[in-house]
Write a protein of this length. Sequence first.
Length: 292
Amino acid sequence: MKQFLTLSITCVLSAVVAWGVVGTRIDKSGAVTVKEDKKESVYDRVVRTDKIRCGYALEYPALDITPNSGQLSGIFYDLTQRIGDLLDFEIVWAEEAGWSDLSTGLENNRYDLACIGKWIYAPQTKGAIFTMPTYFSAVHAYTRVEEGGVKPDLSNLDSSDFTIATIDGELNYYLAQDHFPHAKTIELPALTDPGLLIQNILTNKADVVFLAAGIAERFMKENPGKIKQLSEKPVAVFDTAYMVKSGEEEFVNVLNAALRQLHSDGYIRSLIKKHEGEAAYKPLRQQYSEWE
């Protein structure tokens, strides 16, 4: 009997080792409770590897790329590198993704952080959580510069007389659906370069496009007299933040600590100015006006 009991316990312990568990408990009745390995969190992985792997989408002046060299630049490039310096982690720019696909890449652990300012709106937030805002982004409506005919503006745009160019799954698509449901739309596929939206209004396929102010400002600077902003008032203003996989609050807390420092010491405000983003982005308002 003793030999049988010893053999049984040996078999159980062997199975425990084979299952790769980190702990077992045998109660008075002889029942064995098995504790499985704890799943590695994103922050644990970052600490273990000393790296933050970035997924990103391009949007001037937040993040841009030089075609010949492939070198990234912009507000979020500088900001992310600075956060890496503060936290002593290497920043690896691992994968470019479409705006609507960034949360999927996080969920599948292809990267640790969406290293681009993500507008916080519901259709693209499934499976993700956000840091505190880095700044606020304005989205304006733009049309071509031309004479004659009925001109669109924000007061008459909700009409079948006008067509809005959008990208499937992107913010401009939802703005058109929610704010101007009676207008016609042209839907371009996901990952379409925003420049193609502008081409749709220049070629008379559409009348209006919704763009981040930074993208439109760059186009108007390089192509004067082609498009114009419909109104000083934005169609929408969104707080813009880093995006992290859902459930990874510890990682978000660490990032927020760095962001709070970089807001307080004026670094983020200086980046917006450095990259000529003042027309498109507004930093968080600091509550210390009595000291100024």
